[in-house]
Design a protein around this ligand. Structure first.
Ligand code: NAD
Ligand code: ZN
Length: 345
């Protein structure tokens, strides 16, 4: 095993990232060392790149970033017996305490002491990453690596979408970012009748069309009510998935929900949002906040892809890791879906 490796590092407080040599991590007892094959850039990585207020509050440079990846087991720490070297894996990015109330009731995504890979500890934009064995997810050889590279984000989409029954339901997704587009694919696959997605960005709406939505609506200039009429959505949407973090989008969603409708909220805004409570109360809406993913979502994603769900339309850019700057430029331009980085030498 070599001692130093390439890594994409937040070297100091400020905008940008650096490719530099750092020590290869050594797995402690109960940990696994993973050799990275492919990674994908998440919105969180872009926050860290841009050094926005969230990043200033959460990130302590210098550190290796990144948490969306696929690779193979390279080394086992002491006491790890249930894996072997060479197995293809990804990893749940939230490292949980294992003994708080939510860890005990199976809702590990709500652990009170969660630590994020590539946020609170060194991440996966490197030749190797080290994580606890309990976070390792075995990946079947039949699954395409460039899609598994972003299973972490696909997991957010899966968790948000599969919160509610979808068979025969009409679904509104606000925000056609990568996660909204992936959620649209999940909803169609899971049997929704109509899936309508909104955004203000035509590039992203076009990408959503490739994922098979029934309508991709630019609410900056198009009338959502007219689209609903065309699609015979008479009483309103049964299910809403809020994936923009934008207050206007959320209030528009509330206004077009059916009475008794269900909403899951994933989008994180950067400021408090005024909400018309009359819609929530008068329509008896159910709202569910979504954080991260459930461990079972990893299984659901594998099985959906094996069952024919094609997530590849959301990939718009592929680069070698040494060209990571181009990947971040694409993400910052708004003209991108998922950006996948290849770590082969
Ligand atoms: P993204 O920022 O790429 O996508 C958000 C989309 O919303 C953009 O395409 C934007 O143009 C669109 N938008 C902005 N205003 C809009 C409006 N008024 N109407 C409709 N669309 C509008 O983000 P992403 O990576 O796809 O993630 C989706 C959201 O989920 C983000 O807010 C992200 O921060 C959040 N997120 C939350 C969790 C969690 O655990 N809760 C995890 C991952 C991401
Ligand atoms: Zn816990």
């Amino acid at each position: 095993m070599k001692q130093y490796m390439d890594a994409i590092v937040k070297a100091e407080a400020g905008v940008g990232l650096e490719l530099r040599q750092v020590p290869v991590p050594v797995p402690k007892a109960g940990e696994v060392l993973i050799k990275i094959h492919k990674t994908a850039i998440c919105g969180t990585d872009v926050h860290i790149y841009n050094w926005d207020p969230w990043a200033v509050d959460h990130i302590k440079p210098p550190m290796t970033i990144g948490h969306e990846y696929v690779g193979e087991i390279a080394q086992l720490g002491e006491g790890v017996t249930d894996f072997h070297i060479g197995q293809r894996v990804s990893g749940e990015g939230h490292i949980t305490c294992g003994h708080c109330r939510n860890c005990h009731n199976g809702n590990i995504q709500w652990c009170k002491d969660t630590q994020g890979v590539g946020v609170d500890r060194d991440g996966a934009f490197a030749e190797y990453v080290c994580i606890p064995a309990k976070n390792v997810i075995l990946i079947d050889e039949s699954l395409p690596e460039e899609v598994v590279a972003f299973f972490d984000a696909f997991g957010n989409a899966t968790h948000t979408a599969l919160m509610w029954d979808l068979v025969g339901e009409d679904v509104l997704i606000t925000g056609a970012g990568p996660i909204g587009i992936m959620a649209a694919g999940v909803c169609k696959f899971a049997g929704a009748r109509r899936v309508v997605i909104t955004d203000l960005n035509d590039y992203r709406l076009d990408l959503a069309r490739k994922m098979g939505v029934d309508a991709a609506v630019n609410t900056g200039r198009e009338d959502l009510a007219a689209v609903m009429k065309d699609l015979h959505i008479i009483e309103g949407f049964d299910v809403g998935l809020e994936m923009s973090g934008n207050g206007h989008a959320f209030n528009q969603m509330l206004s077009v929900m059916r009475t008794g409708g269900k909403i899951s909220l994933l989008g994180l805004g950067n400021k408090p949002v005024p909400v018309d409570m009359n819609y929530i109360i008068g329509k008896g809406l159910t709202l569910q906040g979504i954080y991260g993913r459930k461990m079972d979502n990893w299984h659901q994603m594998s099985y959906m892809v094996q069952g024919g769900l094609d997530m590849s339309p959301v990939i718009t850019h592929r680069f070698h890791y040494t060209d990571f700057q181009k990947g971040f430029d694409a993400m910052n331009s708004g003209m991108s879906g998922k950006v996948v980085l290849d770590w082969s030498k």
